[in-house]
Design a protein around this ligand. Structure first.
Ligand SMILES: [Cu+2]
Length: 227
């Protein structure tokens, strides 16, 4: 069983189970009828076949019943879609960029990472895009999947409800190393999350500062050598 770690799990699961349930139900009935008819109406038991020309009640039944079933499937799907496409007003916003073959996550303070750190029990909105070809943002434990399309920003939202480390996949074949385009979604309690993000941001700033000092030193040595 896939982990269940977000507020979207129940609605997505219900839709899935309903469709699987209906499919299994009809698979059993149809298979049973096929086998029964093959035996009951074999040439040995039923040597003289009869032709049937239309049966109005039967035709109404096999039009109306599947239509109703399809409408119930649609209703389940629509409920999911409405929930998934209307993020609440107050969300924590993260930018997501897919590229061959890695994910990059941009945080509000300017931090950029290649793992998706998330605050527990906080509504998170992700703005998903791509630098090159189509990718797809997919966290099975959250039941969230959204395409990453170049030149376009797709929105998804969810509320992580269980601390832990979850698989994060690219779910759109995007070239040779597509299967390596895996990372982790890490859910931390809000305080731990905030301090982690701030520490990483500070570390990023220090290393950037060191880099520019090194670059400056490099430039001065070069210019002295030229003299
Ligand atoms: Cu990809």
């Amino acid at each position: 069983m896939i982990a269940q770690a977000s507020n979207l799990v129940n609605t997505v699961n219900n839709t899935f189970y309903f469709i699987v349930g209906v499919s299994v139900f009809f698979l059993v009935i149809i298979t049973f009828c096929m086998v029964y008819f093959v035996i009951r109406y074999s040439r040995k038991r039923n040597p003289k076949a009869t032709n049937i020309h239309g049966n109005v009640p039967l035709e109404i039944a096999w039009t109306v019943i599947p239509t109703l079933i399809a409408l119930v499937m649609f209703w389940y799907g629509w409920t999911d879609y409405k929930l998934e496409s209307s993020p609440p007003a107050d969300t924590y916003n993260i930018g997501v960029t897919g590229q061959m073959w890695q994910w990059r996550f941009q945080y509000p303070n300017g931090l950029e990472m290649d793992s998706l750190y998330l605050p527990l029990n906080k509504d998170v909105k992700v703005s998903i895009t791509s630098k090159d070809v189509n990718h797809s943002f997919f966290i099975p434990a959250f039941r969230v999947k959204k395409d990453a399309i170049p030149g376009r920003t797709n929105i998804a939202w969810f509320r992580p409800e269980k601390e832990g480390v979850y698989n994060f996949f690219c779910a759109e074949y995007c070239g040779m190393r597509h299967s390596y385009m895996i990372t982790k979604a890490i859910v931390l309690p809000l305080n731990d999350f905030n301090s982690y993000i701030n520490n990483r941001f500070a570390a990023m700033k220090t290393s950037q500062a060191n880099d520019s000092i090194k670059a400056a030193q490099h430039d001065t040595t070069k210019s002295t050598q030229h003299k």
